[in-house]
Design a binder for this molecule. Structure first.
Ligand SMILES: [Zn+2]
Ligand SMILES: [Zn+2]
Length: 267
C-alpha cells in the first residue's frame, strides 16, 4: 500500500484519545459529499488531494459535522493517484458512519465528490482495495464491504462508487499504473487551500494557530489563539511588508509559504 503518513499530509494531532475497537464486521466506503476538483486525477494534481484531506480534517475538527470531532473522521482516505492517507488508522473508532454505526465498520473515504470528480478511476479502486486489505490485516476488519448509505439515510458514497461496492468491490483487472512520484515539502505545512482573512468564520482553528505560532517564533507580538482577528491581520500586513509582499493582511498561498520559508538576508 502506498501510504501517506499523517506527518506527510500535515495532520493536526487528535484533540482527544481514540476509542479502541478490537475488530469490526468490515469496512464502509464514503465519498466527500461535496465538490471535488474535476481535474484532481491529473498527473500533477496530487497536491489537491493533500489539501482536500487536510481541509476535511479541519472541517471535522471545527464542528462542520455538528459536534467537533477529535480528528479526521475516517480511518483511511484514498486518492485517484493510488495513495492511501492514514487518518485514524486501524483499531480506532471512526466518526463517519453515523451514530451507533461506528463500532461495526471502519470508515474509508474515497476522494470523489458529488460534483466535479464523481467517478473513481481504476487507480483509486486499487487504492480502496489496498485500504480494505490493510484494515483486514492490521485492524481485524471482517469481510463486509458496504457503503455509508447501508443503514443510514445519505447519498454517500454516490452512485458510481456504490455500484462498485454492490458488485463486491472488485480490484480492477489491470494492475495499478506506476504511481506518480511525490515529494512532500516537510518544511512548509500544507497550504489550507483558501485564503485566511479577517471576518471569515471558517478560518479558525489549526491553520490559523500554526501560522500565529510561526509568527510568534519569528518575533512578532501575537496571540496564538487560533482566531484570525484584527491583531493577526495587522501582524500579517507588517510581515508582508517585511518580506516585500503587498501588505493586504490576507494570508494567501504566497504569504503562507513565505511564513515558513523566508530567511533573513545575510549581512
Ligand atoms: Zn459517508
Ligand atoms: Zn492524489
Amino acid at each position: 500500500m502506498k501510504q501517506v503518513s499523517r506527518a506527510a499530509w500535515n495532520a493536526a494531532p487528535p484533540t482527544g484519545t481514540y476509542t479502541r475497537v478490537a475488530s469490526t464486521r468490515g469496512v464502509k466506503i464514503h465519498y466527500t459529499g461535496g465538490p471535488v476538483p474535476a481535474d484532481i486525477a491529473g498527473p500533477k494534481k496530487h497536491k489537491l488531494c493533500v489539501q482536500l484531506v487536510h481541509q476535511i480534517q479541519q472541517m471535522h475538527m471545527s464542528g462542520g459535522r455538528g459536534e467537533k470531532y477529535i480528528d479526521f473522521g475516517y480511518n483511511l482516505a484514498c486518492c485517484p493517484h493510488g495513495y492511501v492517507f492514514i487518518g485514524r488508522g486501524a483499531h480506532h473508532l471512526p466518526a463517519a458512519n453515523g451514530p451507533g454505526l461506528n463500532s461495526q465498520h471502519y470508515a474509508v473515504l474515497a476522494l470523489v465528490g458529488d460534483s466535479g470528480f464523481t467517478k473513481p478511476n481504476d487507480t483509486m479502486l486499487h487504492a480502496l482495495r489496498d485500504a480494505i486489505e490493510y484494515l483486514r490485516d492490521k485492524g481485524d476488519a471482517g469481510n463486509e464491504i458496504k457503503g455509508h448509505r447501508d443503514g443510514y439515510a445519505t447519498s454517500c458514497p454516490g452512485g458510481p462508487l456504490y455500484a462498485w461496492v454492490k458488485a463486491g468491490a472488485p480490484r480492477p483487472d489491470k494492475p495499478m499504473e506506476k504511481p506518480i512520484r511525490v515529494v512532500y515539502k516537510d518544511s512548509v505545512p500544507v497550504w489550507p487551500g483558501r485564503v485566511i482573512k479577517l471576518d471569515d468564520p471558517y478560518m479558525q482553528g489549526n491553520d490559523v494557530h500554526a501560522w500565529q505560532y510561526k509568527l510568534k517564533k519569528r518575533g512578532w507580538t501575537i496571540d496564538v489563539d487560533g482566531i484570525y482577528g484584527p491583531q493577526s491581520k495587522a501582524v500579517c500586513a507588517s510581515y508582508q511588508e517585511k518580506v516585500a509582499l503587498k501588505p493586504t493582511g490576507v494570508i494567501d498561498e504566497e504569504t503562507w509559504d513565505i511564513t515558513w520559508s523566508w530567511k533573513p538576508p545575510a549581512k
